[in-house]
Design a protein. Structure first.
Ligand SMILES: Nc1ncnc2c1ncn2[C@@H]1O[C@H](COP(=O)(O)OP(=O)(O)OP(=O)(O)O)[C@@H](O)[C@H]1O
Ligand SMILES: [Mg+2]
Length: 629
């Protein structure tokens, strides 16, 4: 969050970046729109000069008798026709540019959403730890919407205003350079005042966007935690806090809009002031015949002054939305600027065949045998190591943030077919250890080896593909039960899905659901019990058939009878696999090969259930304490 705000202080750069994004997406459209806008402006400017030209070139000479009436009217007719055609061209270009802008705006927004989402998918888990969900959501909703306004309204207006200003300025210079100078001085004063006010306004708009994010996050959190709120009857408290946040939002919005609304009338009136000053000065020039300025020139000049002022006051009217949009665009770019999850891994996972000598060769088809393909840059050779699921931690230190070490000097090894259990108090660091195996986070010190290869060298996607993980908090996606199990292996057949569910002990309850495997799961599995959700999550990990399984409290919400079923399934699932189990219920980990007892991020005891009991240490206390319940 702090990062975001730091970066959001360069509106010009943001505008440039936004335009760059739009132009790169639609170069041809943008060029056509630009040409159309210029045509429209030139047409309008010409319209103003038209009356003067007609009077000067035809009507006055005809009145004076220097031009014959018949010829005069004929030429006048042609001129009028020409002007009519010019106006028609103006109307057509307005129509065309409006049509094209719809495509440009909506197309750009689509690309922004695509780019955002694609980038977000590549961000490390740490980003989601640091940013609230509501804030991220509001980038997709609020910020892209303000960006829409910027692209579809503000930017075309700025362009047409700039071309209006240029054409007006040129015309004014032709009519009277002296008077133009006067008009420019007045405008310069006005813009300075405006810039000061706009700067203040921008600050409040940034604050406002942040407050919107805050309130969104709060609403989302409350909606999600509605049950907890009700259980503790905290409705009043929640409401109070909401009112507080709402008040803060109201204040920043009021200040932001208030200031922007002050800018608008000031600018409007400054325009009139300019008009008056130019009129007085021009009158003075004409009456005294200074610089040969004729009174006939004053009328068009004043019209151009108005035309010159209009964009500036219009700009101030739009300042509000421009500033808001830029604040939104800044937040969008801030997300896009977030560092992607780095993957410097070059060891990949490939299908392999094993010959009679035990040598591995890479192959395209699925063989059920997997190998780590390890290219050595030094001599250009490639070695293949069979994927077994052998994991070693050597003196690993880790902290989520640099200032707090969560794990201290962790040493462990897990051989294929072994079941390693982590037990220990809440917050001891059990989940953290498993987060390191799949490289959600990188370690600060030490090494983790997978089949003898430093996991830093393994491509993350391949590393994660080889691990089956049941996370501590199960998350189900919208779709059917079968879809959710298939999430573990997208091309799994119905039979494979069913077999995995059987293995996980989920088949029984699924077949009793109204539509069996085709039952739709609503909002993160709200229509299932916690235990049922866990069973689906286990089936999901099982269907992938990975060599390494990580089960974080996977059976915590399952009744003991089902757990026995799952346990049996697991035991067959575990054949030849390395399994890491985290469990609070010690009965589940009793039959593990090794039990690691963690305390404050250190492994305090390790050994089998029996040996640990004999030691009469922490495990003994935990176990017997548990039994006493
Ligand atoms: N994403 C995170 N960012 C910062 N600190 C974290 C994060 N996740 C966990 N921690 C901290 O790391 C420590 C270990 O947490 P961990 O989740 O590994 O505990 P645990 O042993 O799995 O506990 P539990 O039994 O409750 O699941 C805790 O002190 C916790 O506050
Ligand atoms: Mg945990």
């Amino acid at each position: 969050m702090a990062d975001n705000r730091k970066k959001s202080k360069n509106p010009i750069k943001t505008l440039g970046r936004t335009l760059g994004f739009v132009i790169r997406s639609y170069p041809v459209h943008c060029t056509v729109v630009l040409v159309c806008l210029v045509i429209t402006t030139v047409v309008t400017a010409n319209g103003t000069l038209f009356a003067k030209q007609l009077i000067d070139n035809y009507i006055q000479p005809m009145l004076d008798g220097t031009l014959e009436q018949d010829a005069g009217f004929a030429e006048l007719g042609w001129r009028i026709l020409g002007i009519a055609l010019m106006y028609a061209a103006g109307v057509f270009s307005t129509y065309l540019s409006n049509r094209l802008m719809v495509t440009v705006t909506q197309g750009t927004l689509k690309r922004v959403r695509d780019t955002l989402f694609e980038h977000m998918e590549k961000l490390p888990i740490g980003y989601f730890d640091r940013n609230e969900r509501g804030d991220i959501m509001s980038i997709y909703t609020n910020d892209t919407d303000t960006l829409r306004q910027l692209i579809s309204q503000s930017v075309p207006n700025i362009i047409s205003n700039v071309s209006t200003v240029i054409t007006a300025l040129v015309s004014m210079l032709i009519l009277s350079p002296t008077l133009t100078l006067v008009a420019l001085v007045v405008v310069a004063c006005a813009t300075t005042i405006m810039r000061v006010l706009a700067g203040k306004s921008a600050k409040y708009f940034r604050k406002r966007q942040k407050n919107i994010g805050d309130i969104n996050a709060y609403i989302e959190e409350t909606v999600e935690g509605q049950r907890v709120v009700k259980v503790f009857t905290h409705e009043e408290k929640i409401l109070e806090k909401f009112a507080e946040k709402n008040e803060v939002l109201y204040d920043s919005t009021r200040l932001a809009n208030g200031l922007a609304n002050i800018v608008m009338p000031i600018m409007g009136n400054l325009g009139y002031l300019n008009y008056v000053i130019v009129a007085i000065f021009g009158g003075y020039l004409a009456i005294n015949g200074i610089n040969g300025f004729a009174i006939a020139n004053l009328i068009p000049f004043l019209q151009f002054t108005r035309r010159f002022n209009m964009p500036i006051s219009q700009f101030s009217q739009q300042l509000n939305s421009i500033i808001m949009a830029l604040a939104g665009a800044e937040r969008i770019f801030a997300l896009l600027d977030e560092q992607e999850e780095k993957d410097e891994g070059y060891v990949t996972l490939v299908n392999a065949k094993e010959d009679e000598n035990g040598d591995l060769t890479e192959c395209e088809e699925r063989t059920g045998v997997w190998a780590w393909k390890h290219p050595h840059s030094a001599d250009g050779t490639i070695t293949y190591t069979r994927l077994r699921g052998d994991i070693v931690f050597e003196h690993v230190d880790f902290g989520y943030t640099d200032d707090k070490t969560v794990l201290h000097d962790i040493n462990l090894y897990a051989r294929p077919g072994e079941k390693i259990a982590f037990v220990g108090a809440t917050g001891a660091g059990k989940t953290t250890i498993t987060n390191l195996i799949n490289r959600f986070y990188d370690i600060q010190k030490g090494k983790i080896r997978y089949d003898g290869i430093n996991i830093q060298k393994i491509k993350k996607a391949d590393l994660r593909r080889s691990l089956g993980v049941v996370l501590q908090d199960t998350h189900l996606f919208s779709g059917t039960v079968a879809d959710n199990i298939r999430y573990g292996k997208l091309d799994a057949t119905d039979e494979e899905v069913r077999a995995a569910a059987k293995l996980a002990g989920a088949d029984y309850f699924i077949s009793h659901l109204p539509k069996g495997y085709d039952t739709e799961i609503s909002g993160d599995g709200a229509n299932l019990s916690q235990g049922q959700r866990q069973l689906i999550a286990i089936a999901r990990a099982a269907v992938a058939d990975p060599p390494v399984l990580i089960l974080d409290e996977a059976t915590s919400s399952i009744d003991t009878r089902t757990e026995a079923i799952v346990q049996r399934g697991m035991d067959s699932l575990m054949e030849g696999r390395t399994v890491f189990v985290i469990a609070h219920r010690l009965s589940t980990v009793k039959n593990s090969s090794v039990i690691m007892v963690l305390e404050h991020g250190r492994i305090m005891e390790r050994g089998s259930h029996e040996s640990l009991l004999e030691d009469k240490g922490i495990y003994y206390t935990l176990y017997t304490g548990n039994k006493a319940e």
